[in-house]
Design a protein around this ligand. Sequence first.
Ligand code: PLP
Length: 386
Amino acid sequence: MSWADRVSPVVKAIPPSGIRRFFDIVAEMKGVISLGVGEPDFITPWHIRESCVYGLQKGYTAYTSNYGLLELREEIARIMQKDYRISYNPRNEILVTVGVSEALDLAMRAILSPGDEVLIPEPCYVSYKTCATLAGGVAVPVPTTMDTEFRVTVDQLEKLVTPRTKVLLIGYPNNPTGAIMPKQELEAIARFVQKHDLIVIADEIYSLLTYEGKHVCFAGLPEMRDRTILLNGFSKAYAMTGWRIGYALSNPDFIGAMTKIHQYTMLCAPITAQVAAIEALRRGEHSMQEMVAEYNRRRRLMLDGFRQMGLTCFEPKGAFYIFPSIRQTGLTSLQFAEELLKAEKVALVPGDAFGQSGEGFVRCSYASSIANLSEALERIGRFISR
Ligand code: PLP
């Protein structure tokens, strides 16, 4: 038996990430403009980095409580109260995690029994289905379309809900489409969730990156606080991807169950990152808003650029992605991305990396300088008009 034969069949069955596969190729090439990776191009603001340096000088180098530093949990509770008027008890309703990635994994593992179904609106972030599968669940994609601006509807959900459905996983503002959900539509979803007695995992990592009005927090809707495991983090809004820090909020039973796994597998999130996260929440608003304003300028540039090329493009309302349709080129998403890379050295992500309903689209991240984006648009325009 080879070593490969001994890898768990569950893991073997997981398809390789559509994003990674593509960027392994890009890493080998020179002169490529990459609009592929979903990562801020800013460095973490200095005052946040500095707080970490001070923390180290003071000797903050040990494990923290499994739940995370109480001071950080108190700051998270304060922000939730200030921004959305939702109360969470810092002692047992907040868990600090290693990025939203860990929180997502823990939420699935804490809730799912083998065969439980998880409704996942698509196109969606690449980890959702894999986390559900690894936790023993069954991912049930709910395809959304550009006609409904990639917002999931109750009709779409009603068609796919079964007695085995346990969780609805929603992620708005959405990666890869940039879609957001207005309050009224979320309220309809909340009624659906109540009717079928489902648990909601709400990944709101892009909540601060909205360009048309304030984000609506799902846990803030009537009756939804305890039913929802709310996930958020610092990677995107504060340009802190490498610090690996996120958090989960919910009722004490769900947070307790997640913490039980976390205390055996991770112990705690890095203390250095927790100290920096406290600073981000206390004094990071101004620098965060400056970055958001810059993303908004870039969003307009990309939207106008794609529309001028004649591509149908839904106007993204949040996050830092734009998701133009490339159907009129007659190419599949993968062919478009591969041929564009070869011909013009621009890297995008084929839409089908985010599920079947992403076919016919490509995802471009505009977390890149205006100069890079302008050059990329020129190259894409040239490619399309060949
Ligand atoms: N959720 C979404 C929708 C994302 O786009 C990402 C990262 O791209 C994550 C979660 C993971 O975030 P973190 O860096 O906090 O693990």
